[in-house]
Ligand binder design. Structure first.
Ligand SMILES: [Fe+2]
Length: 132
């Protein structure tokens, strides 16, 4: 069984799908680092990379929603903020593999339920307004 996760669902907006795939790659890098017993510096680097990508992706998704006046923006922003707070909290901890591994499953399931739920709601709205 592969330990790697895959990102298969589409929200129908190419740039957002690409960013979601890049986030999944960053999650996989972190997972691989942990499962290969990488040193703390490497794990911290992966964690920092994941956090930066997540910040950039959320900002870009929110800019898109603002621009096209998506009605679900505020609720969506709250979901984003809650996840970022979790990431900052984990980042502040010493990156002990056991601790992070258990958090990673939480992160993965958040990612899937968010992209397959909340993120799917803005796809049709954007597409109706010509965004691809
Ligand atoms: Fe989102």
């Amino acid at each position: 069984m592969s330990l790697m996760w895959s990102y298969t669902c589409s929200v129908g907006i190419e740039a957002m799908d690409d960013q979601h795939a890049a986030l999944m790659d960053a999650l996989n890098e972190l997972l691989a680092a942990l499962s290969h017993g990488a040193d703390q510096q490497t794990v911290s680097g992966c964690m920092a990379h994941l956090t930066t990508l997540t910040e950039q992706h959320f900002a870009s998704e929110e800019r898109l929603m603002e621009r096209y006046e998506f009605p679900g923006l505020e609720g969506h922003r709250l979901e984003h903020r809650a996840l970022l707070e979790r990431l900052y909290e984990w980042q502040g901890k010493r990156p002990v593999a056991g601790y992070l591994s258990s958090r990673l499953e939480e992160l993965r399931s958040w990612f899937h339920s968010h992209t397959e739920g909340a993120d799917r709601e803005y796809g049709p709205w954007m597409r109706e307004r010509g965004v691809r």
